[in-house]
Design a binder for this molecule. Structure first.
Ligand code: SF4
Length: 483
C-alpha cells in the first residue's frame, strides 16, 4: 500500500529539489549523478503557502462551506481564490454571482496559548446552521498545527452528532512543505479519506475519463479540452473545479484518469490505480500542438481510442499548423524567459519552439524525475539556458532578467513589466491557452506584446523596483546555500 503523506519533498519514488540556480545542462548532469545538492536559501523573499492551493482546489465545489482554521492573515489569499470563483461563475453564465462560503476561526494570541478547538467547534456549528452544506472542508494552518489542535477528533465528534454534512479536514499546514503543490495533494488525500473512503467500486462507466484540473484552467480551456475529447468519443468527469459531491463519487466509476497539469492529482491518480485499478495517463500540459498531441495520445492509449486520436490529430495539424506560419515570421529568433509553476513553465517552454523562439531562462518550483525528462527535452531543443529552482523568489527573477535581457518575459508580469520588458503569461484563468485552436491565440498574444511594448516602457519609466543597483551586479543565486 502506498504511504504518501502529502509532502512532495518526501515522495518515495523520486528525488525532489527546491533550491538551485545555474545552467540547465549542469542541472540535468548533476541530477543524473544524484549530485544536485540538497540546498536551502539563506534569504527567502516569499513562498507561496500550500494552504492556498488546497483552498483554491476546492473552493468552487457545489454545496460546500469552508472553514479556515487559522489566524486571519493566513486567509488573506482566500479573497483571490474567491475572485477566481466569481470569474468562473461569470464565464459559466451562473448569475447572480455569489461568494464562496468561507469562515475563518481567527486564531489569536490567547488561542495560541490556550488552544483554538473551541473556535473550531463554533465554526462547524455556524457553517451548518448558516449554509446547510453537503460538505464542510476544514483547512488547517501553521498555527493550528503548532499548537496541536486535534482537528481530526473535533471533526469526527461533530460528524457523529451531525449527519447533515460530510466533515473533511484538509491538512495543509504551511510549514509542512516548501512546494505549494503539496496543498493540492492534501485536498486529494482528504477526498480519498473522507468521501471515497474504502467504498468498493460500483462498476465502470465505459468511455468516462476523470479529468483532474487545477483552478487556474479557464472555462474557455475546459470547454476546448472537453470538445477535443468529445471528438474521439470520451466523456469527462471534470474534478474538482466547479465540481460536486456526486462528481467526486463518480471518480471510482471512470474507465481511466488524467490531469491537465503534471503536478496536479498525479499522486492521487497513483492512489486510484492502486486502490481501484483505474489506469491513468501522466504526460504533459496540452499547450501547443506537440504537447496536445502527446497529451491526447497518452489518453487515447489507456481509453482504447488510439485510431480515433490519430485521425483527429492529423486533421488538427492540417488545419492549424499553416496558421502559425505568420506567427513564426513575427516571432522567430525572439528570446524568452518563462516563469511559472512546473506544468505551465515546461509546456510553455516547449510551445515557443513552435514559433521559432529561443528559450534563454526559466523558473520551476521543483526539480524531480518528471522535470528531468522535460529538461532533457528542452536542452535538446535549445542547447542550454539559465534555470532558477524555487518557489516564487522575484528578487532572483528580476536579477536574472536584468542579466539575460530577453525580448519577452512569459509569466506573472508585475516585476518584469517594471523593467520595461514586454510581458505576457500562460497562467490566465480568463483567456484560452490550451489545445490546438488556442495555439494561435497564444502566439498572437506574444507577438502583439512584442510589437506593442509602450505600456510596459511607461511603467518602467514611472514605476520603481525595490532593489539597489548593486543587487543587479550580484549572482542572482547568491543566497542559495550550497551544501
Ligand atoms: S498557513 Fe503558515 S505559511 Fe500558510 S499563510 Fe498561514 S502562517 Fe503562512
Amino acid at each position: 500500500m502506498r504511504d504518501y503523506a502529502g509532502i512532495r519533498e518526501n515522495r518515495p519514488d523520486t528525488l525532489t529539489y527546491t533550491d538551485w540556480g545555474g545552467g540547465s545542462r549542469e542541472a540535468a548532469k548533476q541530477y543524473e549523478k544524484k549530485c544536485l545538492a540538497r540546498a536551502d536559501r539563506s534569504f527567502s523573499q516569499g513562498l507561496q503557502c500550500q494552504q492556498i492551493n488546497s483552498v483554491m482546489a476546492l473552493l468552487s465545489m457545489e454545496d460546500s462551506a469552508f472553514i479556515v482554521h487559522s489566524p486571519l492573515g493566513c486567509a488573506g489569499c482566500c479573497s483571490m481564490a474567491n475572485d477566481w470563483f466569481r470569474v468562473g461563475q461569470a464565464h459559466r453564465g451562473s448569475f447572480p454571482l455569489r461568494n464562496a462560503r468561507i469562515i475563518v476561526t481567527n486564531l489569536d494570541e490567547k488561542d495560541v496559548i490556550h488552544g483554538g478547538e473551541k473556535k473550531l467547534r463554533e465554526a462547524l456549528a455556524l457553517a451548518t446552521d448558516r449554509y446547510h452544506p453537503k460538505l464542510i472542508f476544514i483547512f488547517t494552518s501553521c498555527a493550528s498545527g503548532i499548537i496541536g489542535d486535534d482537528v481530526d477528533t473535533i471533526a469526527a465528534e461533530f460528524q457523529e452528532a451531525n449527519q447533515e454534512a460530510i466533515i473533511i479536514p484538509v491538512h495543509c499546514e504551511g510549514f509542512k512543505s516548501k512546494i505549494c503543490a503539496s496543498g493540492y495533494d492534501a485536498s486529494f488525500l482528504a477526498i480519498n479519506k473522507y468521501i471515497l473512503k474504502d467504498e468498493p467500486r460500483e462498476g465502470t462507466i465505459p468511455g468516462l475519463l476523470n479529468l483532474f484540473a487545477p483552478p487556474t484552467v479557464s472555462f474557455a480551456d475546459q470547454t476546448e479540452i472537453e470538445r477535443i475529447l468529445g471528438e474521439i468519443g470520451i466523456a469527462i468527469n471534470y474534478i474538482p473545479f466547479y465540481s460536486s459531491l456526486e462528481k467526486i463519487r463518480r471518480i471510482t466509476r471512470a474507465q481511466a484518469s488524467t490531469a491537465i497539469c503534471k503536478v496536479f492529482a498525479d499522486e492521487f491518480m497513483k492512489d486510484l490505480k492502486e486502490k481501484y485499478d483505474i489506469p491513468y495517463s501522466h504526460t504533459i500540459m496540452p499547450i501547443g500542438t506537440r504537447n496536445t498531441d502527446k497529451w491526447l495520445r497518452g489518453i487515447a492509449a489507456i481509453m482504447g481510442k488510439t485510431e480515433e486520436a490519430e485521425a483527429y490529430i492529423k486533421k488538427q495539424q492540417e488545419q492549424y499548423l499553416p496558421l502559425i506560419t505568420d506567427l513564426r515570421r513575427r516571432l522567430t529568433g525572439k528570446r524568452a524567459v518563462i516563469c511559472g509553476g512546473t506544468g505551465r513553465s515546461f509546456a510553455g517552454a516547449a510551445l515557443i519552439n513552435d514559433f521559432g523562439m529561443q528559450l534563454v531562462g526559466m523558473t520551476t518550483p521543483i526539480y524531480d524525475d518528471d522535470v528531468h525528462l522535460d529538461m532533457q527535452y528542452l536542452n535538446e531543443l535549445y542547447g542550454g539556458f539559465t534555470v532558477d529552482i524555487g518557489n516564487m523568489m522575484p528578487f532572483e527573477q528580476v536579477n536574472m532578467l536584468h542579466k539575460l535581457k530577453p525580448d519577452i518575459f512569459i509569466g506573472v508580469p508585475i516585476w518584469a513589466a517594471r523593467l520595461g520588458l514586454p510581458t505576457t503569461h500562460v497562467l490566465d484563468i480568463k483567456r484560452p491557452t490550451m489545445g490546438y485552436r488556442n495555439l494561435v491565440y497564444l502566439g498572437s498574444k506574444i507577438a502583439n506584446q512584442l510589437e506593442n511594448p509602450g505600456y510596459n516602457k511607461k511603467i518602467a519609466k514611472y514605476g520603481t523596483l525595490p532593489y539597489k543597483k548593486s543587487w543587479y551586479d550580484e549572482d542572482p543565486f547568491k543566497f542559495i546555500k550550497k551544501f
